[in-house]
Every structure is written in C-alpha cells, then in structure tokens.
Design a binder for this molecule. Structure first.
Ligand code: SF4
Length: 569
C-alpha cells in the first residue's frame, strides 16, 4: 500500500504558517499572448517557479519515506496498521521518490487530495476561476504523472485511488480521471464532503484488493457503494468510478496517528453544529476527542518528529465539549476548553493554536479567551493565529445563510460581534485570519458588498492598531448549497465585488504585509531588502492588476476603485 500527497501538501513552507496557502497561487497561464513582453520574459509562468519552490520547500524524507505527512494520510496509515496490515506493507512516500515504491507487488496507491484541480475557493480567486493553472493542480498532476510512469515502467497493476476533501472536483473536470488513470475516487454521502474512511481503513483496502469495488451492484449490500458516473463534455463521454462511504466513526473507531503529521497537526473534534449553509463540515455529527487521545497524538509528533508545537484542528474550537441540541444559545463549555488546553500544554509543547473558531464563540463567555490565553501562554512573543469566518458584512446575507454562526447573538448584532471579537482576540495576543465569501450563493447584491467594505473600513478607523488579515474566497457550491452554481469570477464580477476584493487586498497590504514584512530581518539589510521587495510584490501587484481590470471592464468598475481610494482607504 503506497500512500502519498503532492508537494504542496508535503511542505513545511519554511515554518511560515500562512504560506501553506501559497499552493493556491497561479503557476501557468496558457492563454498568454506569445507576442507580449511577459511571454518573452516568463513564458507561461505566472508566479515564478523558482520562488514557489523556494517557499514550498520539500519535506524531509528517509530513503524516500516521508518524515512528516498530512494528518489525514497519517490517519489512513494508522487505520491500516491497526487493522492488521504489516509495517513493511504500508508506506507513506515522499512525492519526489514515489517511483521507488511502485512495482508489480503494489496493490493500491492512495493519494490524499485537497485541491487537485485548483477549484478550491482560494485558488479559484487567485486563478480568475481556473483560467490559469494553480500550483495545487500543477503538482497534483505531476504526482499522478510520476505514478503512471512508474506503473508503466514496472508493469504494475496498482489501483490508484484518490481520497480526501477535494475529490469532488473530479465531477467538474472528468477528463482528468482518465488522464490521471484513476481507478476510483472516494466520496462522502453528500458528494462534497470527504468521507471519514479512516474509521474503516483496513476493510476499505481489503475490499479494493479483493476487487469488491470493481463493478457497481446496487443490489449488493456493501458499505462501500460503487457508482459509475458518466459525464459528457464537449461531445465526449467520460466515466469515473466513485466510491461512496458515509459512516461516521465514533471517536473510539478513529485511529490514533503513529507517525508525525505536518505542522504538528492534531485533531480535537469532527463536525460542527452551527449549520452554515455553505459549509460541508456541518453535515457531519459532532464528536470530540477526549484529552488523553489528543495528548497521545501530540506525543507521537514530539517523540518521532521532534515537534514543539501543536496545530489543533477544530472546525469551531468554541463548540468543543458542548451539545448543540441541548446547549442554550451555543454557550461555550469553558471548563471543557480549559481542560483541553491544559492537557495539551501538559505534554510539554511550547506553542499551540486552534485552526478555526467563530467570532461569536470567542466572545460569548467573557472569561473564555483570557483564560485560554493564560493556559497556552499567549504573549507579545507568542501570538496565536486562528482562522475565522468573516464571510460577509451584509446583515441580510449572514442572517440568511449562517444565522447560527452568530449564536448567541442575532444577525443585527453581526457588526458589533466582529468588532468586539477582534478587540478581545487582539488584546489577548490572538490574530484572526478572516475569510470572506464573494458571490455567496450568487445572491450577493452590490449593496451587500459595500456593507462589507464599510465594515472593514470601520474596523480600521475605530481600531487602528487591530491585527487581522482578510482573504476573499469565491463561492463554491458545497454543503447544503451543493446544487447551486459556482460563482463565476470572470463574468460575474460586478463593481461591488471587485471593490470587496480590492479593499481586502489593500487592507492586507497596508496593515499586514507592509507592517510585518518591514520588520523581518531588521538585523540583516539584505534579508530586510528581500522581504520588503517581496511585500511590495505580494501587495502592490494584485492591486495594480485590479485597477487595470477595472479600467478595461467599465466606468462603474473604475468608479468603485476610486470610491475606495477616496473614502475607504
Ligand atoms: S461555523 Fe464554520 S465549520 Fe461550523 S458550519 Fe459554519 S462555516 Fe462550517
């Protein structure tokens, strides 16, 4: 059994946590005019590969075996070992060395895929709706090409199976199923949600090897339901074998990792009871890891990976330990959270941060953030990064699509919640990285967009020292909105939405990149110069590109940019 992930998922990103988003950056533009200056200088490259490869440095390996791997891949590995597969029969391969492990005796190659075709929300934003090829897609493609070449060279009949949360993308570009030679694609019941295959890892691989998934038989009782989908694209038919698995393992059925995960990632919960309509996490039942299980995984990372930090994967950390059906107003369970973080710190790690949390949850109990901050030793030298869904400044949209995200507050209080939460988080040395959704369910009016712009500007003027980043993401139809259309960034970018994109980048540039990058390497003039240049490239280039886009698009688009410069800068 060979398990693998592409380079963008197998990089420490030089220890810069937010740099892991860099895989979403555009790599190639196949439509570039061959007579243009940029084609002469860069050919098809958009973000120079040498820069990308420098930041996305490959993970260490030992004779081709990856020393660290994405957490989800580690879970599958742990499931196989727990379910009776021998150590020597299971390998998590480094993407640059995968061919070493593929031969006639290889039964299954399992690839872990989060954004294989560059259709995730961040990537779609950066590549103008996949008009360019992202590095996520570039390196995922390269991995599959290497697997295919190794199979062809050795005569291997290994079944290549793609799993994890990005596999839904093959439904939208089925030609890739053929091009990559995929035997199967694992999907959850709702299509969009990645299945929790780690609960049944051994049984699943047994079924693959025994050929039980070779054909679809709707009358046969099988927990791995095979569906052969047919797609017609440009007059051609494509077929794909989609394997559905929809059981949710109980916490005791979820294996504990046995080898180190990327970034020291450990999980503390699955599911989220808040019910935002645009999110697939919420379709899963809520389960929490007991503190001892979390500690065991951290100890694996410390002992075998030498890691001193723990990224605590959580969909909304502030619902840890509560029952959304019976807890009034989603009031956080402070005691459970304090016990969790005390247990995490008791392992001896130096730094921890939860990956995701809601703004409403952060302030619903005024002692919550101060108490957790003390436990995890947050300080001016130990900032806690957390990703939070800002989603929109529109009271109408937040009420319509994510009202429980605000509980215990009401949609009318959304602006107050955002402002108060940033203040509380910053005061306790937490820095939120906000994500916004552009074109939410294709229902965002220009007035909604301007409400978002105004809210960001109010935050900047009322709390000028506040620290937060804002990343606009284009709407992708998943969760309860999976039947909706993608937001088409190329054709549906009205002046308001362009304004949101422009304002968010301007905020990051002025309040984040310039401030932060200017401080990097103050003791070293060359390093400082490099990061200052990088800052102006990262910040200034997208802003000028948007200004050029506005000029080409229409007078109204240009006016929106001018209005932001005059009123909301
Ligand atoms: S709070 Fe976050 S994780 Fe929970 S349902 Fe909403 S978007 Fe999904």
């Amino acid at each position: 059994m060979v398990l693998a992930a592409d380079r963008t998922l197998m990089s420490p990103y030089r220890g810069i946590s937010l740099a892991s988003f860099f895989g979403c950056a555009p790599a190639l533009d196949f439509n570039r005019d061959h007579n243009s200056f940029w084609y002469y200088v860069m050919r098809n490259q958009v973000t120079p590969r040498v820069l990308f490869d420098f930041i996305c440095n490959p993970i260490d390996h030992t004779n081709g075996v990856a020393n660290y791997a994405p957490y989800g891949l580690r879970k599958v590995e742990a499931a196989l070992l727990r379910d009776g597969y021998k150590h020597e029969d299971v390998v998590v391969a480094h993407p640059d060395h995968i061919e070493k492990f593929i031969g006639p005796e290889t039964e299954v190659v399992g690839t872990y895929e989060m954004d294989p075709l560059g259709m995730g929300p961040v990537t779609m934003t950066f590549t103008y709706g996949r008009k360019q090829m992202s590095y996520d897609e570039f390196y995922s493609r390269e991995l599959h090409m290497r697997i295919n070449a190794a199979k062809a060279r050795t005569g291997s009949k290994a079944k290549v199976i793609a799993g994890a949360s990005g596999t839904w993308q093959y439904n939208y570009d089925p030609a890739k199923i053929e091009e990559y030679g995929l035997y199967g694609i694992v999907e959850g019941e709702m299509g969009g949600s990645g299945p929790e295959i780690d609960g049944a890892g051994g049984r699943f691989f047994d079924a693959l090897i025994a050929g039980e998934c070779d054909s679809a038989n709707p009358f046969k009782k099988n927990q791995f339901k095979v569906e052969i989908k047919e797609f017609v694209r440009n007059g051609r038919r494509y077929h794909g074998r989609f394997i559905h698995y929809w059981n949710e393992p109980s916490v005791s059925e979820i294996p504990t990792i046995v080898n180190p995960s990327m970034h020291g990632m450990v999980e503390v919960m699955r599911g989220c009871g808040r019910g935002c309509k645009f999110c697939d996490v919420t379709l899963r039942p809520l389960r929490y890891y007991p503190v001892e299980k979390v500690q065991k995984e951290i100890e694996v990372n410390m002992k075998y990976g030498g890691l001193k930090n723990a990224w605590v994967h959580s969909d909304d950390i502030f619902v840890y330990g509560l029952n959304p059906r019976t807890t009034k107003n989603m009031q956080p369970n402070r005691e459970a959270l304090e016990e969790l973080f005390r247990g995490i710190m008791a392992t001896g790690i130096e730094h921890t941060n939860p990956t995701h949390g809601t703004l409403a949850g952060a302030i619903a109990d005024e002692r919550l953030i101060p108490n957790i901050s003390k436990i995890i030793r947050a300080s001016p030298d130990n900032h806690i990064g957390i990703q939070c869904g800002f989603e929109t400044g529109s009271i109408r949209l937040i009420g319509k699509y994510a009202d429980r995200k605000l509980a215990p507050y009401k949609p009318e209080e959304w602006h107050w919640v955002v402002k108060t939460a940033i203040k509380t988080l910053n005061e306790n040395y937490w820095v939120p990285a906000f994500t916004l959704i552009m074109g939410l369910n294709n229902d965002e009016t220009q007035e909604d967009s301007w409400e978002t712009i105004r809210l960001i500007h109010e935050l900047e003027t009322e709390q000028p020292d506040s620290k937060f980043t804002t990343t606009p993401l284009t709407f992708v139809p998943i969760g309860l909105l999976e039947k909706s259309d993608f937001f088409d960034i190329g054709n549906t970018m009205d002046p308001g939405k362009l304004g949101v994109m422009y304002k968010t980048w301007q905020h990051n540039f002025k309040y984040g990149i310039q401030k932060f990058m200017g401080k990097v390497g103050r003791d070293n003039p060359i390093k400082n110069w490099f990061f200052t240049q990088l800052a102006s490239t990262l910040g200034g280039v997208p802003l000028s590109a948007m200004e050029r886009f506005a000029r080409r698009k229409s007078f109204e688009h240009e006016r929106a940019i001018e209005k932001i410069k005059a009123k909301y800068w």
